[in-house]
Write a protein that binds this ligand. Structure first.
Ligand code: BJW
Length: 249
């Protein structure tokens, strides 16, 4: 990435004049904080496991202890990670436009730690425990008790991480707010997501159909690249701060 980057003036103008910006983020935005993405090479101990086989209710039913070990490893990793320039640029953007809705598929809380407000956590939060028997218990845990499989304090059933697994529905409030924001915004940014997992991957098309300028920020092309008005190729920790800089000129 050269020092001086020139973005298409139409895109910069659209962002500068936007009434409502909607941003969808994925694992790529946390990659520069050292949090591994899903569909790229995984690190260390878990390199030989497919995360997609672990993020399902069936995997939890089969071997809850094993699934908990994976989530505890990730909780530890995320606790030690710090927000990066991409997270910080999005937090800053919130104060530069009249309205910004930030929808994240990430469960790591790094946007909030960077200063973003009212973040919509589409796939939940890794630091919460939820009842696997669906008694509605769902709380952030202040300290992990390290029991192999913790129990729900409300009903005694096994507790699970408070995230959304494959085949599970998205929390209703998060889903409705995200769909409404995508349909209402005039600029939509899709940042660091492979755009493979629905319904989150459908938000860009909703925005596009509603007439928004849609921009993908990703070093690689995705299944949805064609849907977007424009692609900014590069790491979000580099592209987003430069995009913000260009707003000022
Ligand atoms: C960088 C970078 C840098 C790297 N800077 N970028 C319609 C069609 C087909 C299927 C379905 C459909 N509707 C529903 C489905 C089924 C399913 C689905 O989508 N399957 C597909 C795989 C085909 N969806 C569901 O089951 C969802 N539920 C649902 O729809 O309920 C209704 C329903 C129920 C039953 C039947 C049918 C409908 C739930 C999805 C839950 C996803 N959960 C996970 C795990 C969360 C918990 C956890 O963290 O453990 O969410 S899976 C995983 O994927 C995680 C992520 O949020 C999600 C998306 O991944 P993401 O963020 O895009 O990461 P990657 O790794 O894929 O990509 C990283 C990107 O970053 C890459 O592009 C890199 O290039 C880029 N990158 N470095 C910027 N520095």
């Amino acid at each position: 990435m050269p020092e001086k980057v020139r973005f298409d003036p139409t895109l910069v103008g659209a962002l500068r004049d936007a009434r409502h910006v909607c941003v969808l983020t994925g694992a790529g935005v946390s990659a520069e904080s050292g949090v591994p993405t899903f569909r790229e090479a995984q690190q260390g101990l878990w390199a030989k496991y497919d995360p997609l086989q672990l993020a399902t209710p069936e995997a939890f039913e089969r071997d809850p202890e094993f699934v908990w070990r994976w989530y505890r490893w990730r909780r530890e990793l995320v606790s030690q990670a710090e927000p990066n320039d991409g997270h910080r640029a999005l937090a800053e953007l919130q104060d530069l436009v009249p309205r910004l809705t930030l929808v994240t598929q990430n469960v790591d809380g790094l946007h909030q730690r960077a200063g973003s407000r009212d973040v919509i956590e589409f796939h939940g939060n890794i630091f919460s425990n939820r009842c696997f028997a669906r008694c509605n218990y769902d709380r952030l845990v202040e300290c992990d008790d390290d029991t192999a499989v913790p129990t729900c304090p409300a009903c005694g059933a096994p507790a699970r991480p408070g995230v959304v697994w494959f085949g599970e529905t998205i929390p209703e409030a998060a889903l409705n707010a995200s769909f409404a924001a995508a349909a209402d915004c005039d600029v939509f940014l899709s940042v660091g997501t492979s755009s493979l997992v629905y319904p989150a991957a459908g938000l860009g098309a909703i925005a596009q159909e509603a007439g928004a300028i849609t921009i993908e920020v990703n070093p690689n092309s995705t299944e949805q690249s064609e849907v977007f008005t424009a692609a900014l190729r590069g790491n979000s920790g580099v592209i987003l701060p430069k995009l913000l800089e260009s707003l000022a000129h």
